[in-house]
Write a protein that binds this ligand. Structure first.
Ligand SMILES: [Zn+2]
Length: 266
């Protein structure tokens, strides 16, 4: 089981073979936005026209077959807040007034969840037994505060999921090849995860290179998740294909990680 690339016309998305619910990690390819937002920008931001975002989401809703009015998103603040959402949250994804959170979970069929990234780590979750799904945005701070493991805990608490049944997929982020930091990041990782995290940190002079995908996977394994697929894509290695916050110095669009809740057995 691995993360694979799917192309349909100009649209290019990544999916995890082990997750049977409709889902994807988006790339820059397949949308209608222009300039630095060329082309599949899914976030409302300065310099972007709302109709472009709406059309980009519509393209994704067509590809994954979900109702774009049932898409619930986040207002991300590098918190460790996991929000439980239901049909009552199907208001519209085209505003910024969502409550603060960095992860979403639901067991309400028809509901689609989306988080935004552009170097940070997107993680998607699906429990094929209960049908529950989750989506998390883990920056390095979210990784330290174990937002992924907290998403699993919310699925256990609210939907009765068994962690061993949950399928998790870790999407494109800034890879260890490019995530250069000072001592503060590795220090925080070692404090949170202990010496087991040491093998995911490379030291080069007074700089450090941290493997956020593997540290998130470690956190998920400790939460009892066994089925974890990890993308090998680095946003900074492929800036033509993904937006990288570091490479673009913030002049960028956003990728999305989307998952749709379905009735069990469908
Ligand atoms: Zn890289």
């Amino acid at each position: 089981m691995s993360i694979i690339t799917k192309k349909d016309g100009k649209l290019e998305i990544l999916t995890a073979e082990g997750i049977s619910a409709p889902h994807c990690f988006t790339t820059r390819f397949g949308g209608v936005s222009t300039g630095v937002l060329d082309s599949l920008n899914i976030a409302i931001k300065e310099g972007e026209q709302a109709e472009n975002v709406r059309e980009n989401i519509r393209i994704l809703s067509d590809a994954l077959d979900f109702d774009m009015n049932a898409l619930v998103t986040t207002r991300q603040t590098h918190s460790d807040i996991v929000r439980v959402v239901t049909k009552a949250d199907h208001i519209s994804c085209f505003h910024r007034d969502y409550p603060e959170c960095d992860a979403l979970v639901t067991a309400d069929p028809g509901t689609a969840l989306m988080v935004f990234t552009a170097d940070c780590t997107p993680i998607l979750f699906h429990d094929p037994v209960t049908g529950a799904v989750g989506a998390a945005h883990a920056g390095w701070r979210g990784t330290v505060s174990q937002i992924g493991a907290k998403t699993v805990a919310a699925m256990v608490e609210h939907f009765g999921c068994a962690p061993a049944n949950i399928r998790a997929a870790i999407g494109p982020n800034i890879g260890q090849c490019h995530f250069q930091t000072d001592a503060d990041v590795p220090d925080a990782m070692l404090e949170a995860f202990g010496e087991e995290a040491e093998r995911f940190i490379r030291v080069d002079g007074d700089k450090y290179y941290v493997n956020l995908k593997e540290i998130n996977a470690l956190s998920l394994r400790r939460a009892g998740v066994v089925h974890i697929e990890i993308s090998d894509a680095c946003t900074a290695c492929q800036p033509h294909r993904f937006w990288s916050h570091r490479v673009t110095k913030g002049q960028r669009g956003s990728q999305g990680a989307i998952i749709v809740c379905k009735e069990v057995g469908q």
